[in-house]
Design a protein around this ligand. Structure first.
Ligand SMILES: Cc1ncc(COP(=O)(O)O)c(C=O)c1O
Length: 365
């Protein structure tokens, strides 16, 4: 049985006519950057999340970078974040000459542990950057409370959680700024790189719009040093089609996630725990297994692809050696990085495919 880790081909087949039409319209109009398609996308992203401003940009990484730039974060500043994430979260902090201050995660939801944040705050703390890992938000109320106490902005790295909810409110609209990614395999994926920044702060939104276009406030007048961080119209065209089906897809993701958890409940693998006040979009459906390597090999022998998000926490990465962390500093991040494994997941995963995966896991777990 052929199983893709994420079935983007089935998704394209389902929306092909509309996607082709939208993309061809961009080609005929020759409006490749900005324009109506981007405006429509931004309007609909704002409506979807409830944030006042949604700003399309070139990637999730650039969304995070632009957010830090908008908050004037640079040399000597500290940003509190989690070491159990994709490198981009902390990479952008380093790119601006600032320092990542890592805080360990909660064992149940793998997100930054709010109870540990306050001890990490110093006079140099300029932002807190929780990550909504695998499609489930961190405890944003607890984080925002600390942020208010220390007058610190919060940037949600929502690159995996667009569409998720926290206490009924949408991810990306839970803090000062939310950043998401439209990398093709994300829950809402483009056909290339893309991202978006969300905020309800007018001044920040205006600054971010300038920063992503070389700091320009009018043509060839540059108020800030910015970047080329624009989202192109072809990606906006694809995303407009997919956004219209997104609600349906999120429902399917939740059903498939719940079905996995139910079917795997009698095995030795631990299934994701979704906090009571959360819904997850399962950007990854990640289980924990003591025998991960054996299990992955067994699944591979049946052509079932798996992936590890992420095998090494950031504090142990060579690129962050200058931060001075060592093994043992963040025990939960270290432990979970040894056990975690993601299974095939997409709204187009069929029941028989899911049964095949679960049966294969049951053979050795
Ligand atoms: C948690 C997290 N942060 C940041 C990013 C970066 O997004 P992009 O690949 O669009 O630059 C990703 C995407 O892989 C991610 O998963």
């Amino acid at each position: 049985m052929k199983i893709n880790f994420i079935d983007l081909q089935a998704q394209y087949k389902a929306y092909k006519e509309e996607i082709d039409k939208e993309v061809l319209e961009v080609m005929s109009s020759a409006q490749f950057i900005g324009g109506e398609k981007l405006k429509k996308l931004e309007d609909n992203l704002a409506i979807y999340t409830g944030a006042k401003h949604a700003i399309g940009c070139s990637s999730g990484t650039d969304a995070l970078l632009l957010s830090l730039m908008a908050l004037d974060i640079g040399a000597g500043d500290e940003v509190i974040t989690t070491p159990f994430t994709f490198i981009a979260t902390a990479e952008v902090i380093a790119l601006l000459g600032a320092k990542s201050i890592f805080v360990d995660i909660e064992e149940d939801n793998y997100n930054i542990d709010p109870a540990l944040i306050e001890a990490a705050i110093t006079k140099n703390t300029k932002a807190i950057m929780p990550v909504s890992l695998y499609g489930q938000c961190a405890d944003m109320d607890a984080i925002n409370d600390i942020a208010v106490k220390y007058d610190t902005p919060v940037i949600e790295d929502a690159c995996q959680s667009f569409g998720a909810t926290y206490k009924g409110k949408k991810s990306c609209n839970l803090s000062t700024i939310g950043c998401t990614s439209f990398f093709p395999s994300k829950p809402l994926g483009a056909y290339g790189d893309g991202g978006a920044i969300f905020t309800s702060d007018d001044a920040l939104a205006e600054k971010i719009r300038m920063l992503l276009n070389h700091g320009q406030n009018e043509r060839y007048r540059h108020k800030y040093i910015g970047i080329n961080g624009r989202l192109d119209a072809i990606q906006a065209a694809v995303l407009n089609v997919k956004l219209a089906y997104f609600h349906e897809e999120v429902t399917k993701r939740e059903e498939i996630g719940a079905r996995y958890s139910n079917l795997l409940s009698s095995t030795n693998v631990s299934t994701p725990k979704i906090d009571e006040h959360n819904t997850s979009v399962y950007a990854q459906y990640s289980v924990r297994a003591q025998n991960r390597e054996t299990l992955a090999k067994h699944l591979q022998s049946k052509d079932i692809p798996t992936a590890v998000h992420y095998p090494m926490p950031l504090h142990l990465q060579e690129a962050f050696a200058d931060l001075g962390y060592s093994l043992g500093d963040f025990p939960l991040s270290e432990k979970i990085s040894q056990e975690i494994m993601s299974l095939p997941m997409s709204p187009f995963l069929k029941k028989e495919q899911q049964n095949f995966i679960v049966d294969a896991i049951k053979e050795i777990s």
